[in-house]
Design a protein around this ligand. Structure first.
Ligand SMILES: Nc1ncnc2c1ncn2[C@@H]1O[C@H](COP(=O)(O)OP(=O)(O)OP(=O)(O)O)[C@@H](O)[C@H]1O
Ligand SMILES: [Mg+2]
Length: 227
């Protein structure tokens, strides 16, 4: 049996008394991509925030690399190796592109700079003056440069041009091959289909579809989220 990096056991959580997730369980091994699909409002962002620690668990347990992280605050989870790219607010608008990257410490863009040259071209530009898609890319680059064992990407492709979505896919595939685990929360079924080793679909009742490897089927995914 593969050793799991992340396990969520019967996790419940949401906003105050309003639980979005009730008794949700999932697991993910190193070097694997878990795709999480679901229409607007089905709890993808809530799940990302529960994993990152922005939201506290109302019940259940979360284990990373054998350590119970259920009650750790976000910065402790980051130290434990979880990097989250939030759906919005993924960059500091008042800072330049270079300053946003420097928050990670000294970084070399390397291949990311080749894939996303506009990030290199705009190092001195204020992040807030870039388009939504460009900010997404900057947030993605920052997240992928983080020293993480697990990255949680909340709709990275939203508002991003097809060519750059393809570059994101290549970046994720390469990081996976190097052992990174990834939770990809997306409405972009093609991106999930291209990358995911396992998939869950959410609707207002929780997980309504699960598949792995060769069982992952586009039609079944679309049916599960009723598109
Ligand atoms: N800050 C909040 N306070 C109260 N309820 C919230 C809050 N944020 C989200 N919700 C509710 O929680 C539920 C799940 O929302 P969530 O944002 O997690 O869905 P999502 O799948 O990420 O949607 P989208 O695809 O639009 O990003 C929705 O019913 C939403 O209205
Ligand atoms: Mg969302």
């Amino acid at each position: 049996m593969t050793k799991m990096l992340l396990r969520l056991e019967d996790v419940s959580g949401g906003y105050g008394d309003t639980l979005v997730h009730r008794g949700l369980s999932l697991e993910l091994a190193a070097g694997q991509v878990l795709g999480v699909i679901g229409r607007n409002g089905t709890g993808k962002t809530t799940l990302a925030q529960l994993i990152g620690g922005e939201l506290s668990l109302a019940a259940g347990r979360m284990v990373l690399g054998g350590r119970d992280i259920s009650s750790l605050p976000p910065w402790e989870r980051a130290k434990a190796g979880i990097a989250v790219m939030p759906q919005t607010g993924m960059v500091f608008d008042a800072l330049t592109v270079a300053e946003n990257l420097a928050l990670l410490g000294p970084v070399t863009l390397g291949k990311l700079g080749e894939r996303f040259p506009h990030v290199v071209d705009r190092l001195s530009q204020q992040a807030g003056s870039m388009s939504g898609g460009e900010r997404k890319i900057l947030g993605f680059v920052r997240t992928m440069l983080s020293p993480a064992r697990l990255v949680v990407l909340d709709e990275p492709s939203e508002g991003v041009q097809a060519e750059n979505i393809a570059h994101m896919q290549d970046t994720i595939a390469e990081a996976r091959a190097a052992g990174l685990a990834c939770i990809l929360l997306e409405q972009n079924i093609s991106m999930v289909e291209a990358l995911a080793d396992s998939v869950i679909a959410l609707d207002s009742n929780g997980i309504v579809y699960k598949a792995q490897g060769a069982q992952i089927d586009r039609k079944a995914m679309l049916a599960a989220i009723s598109i």
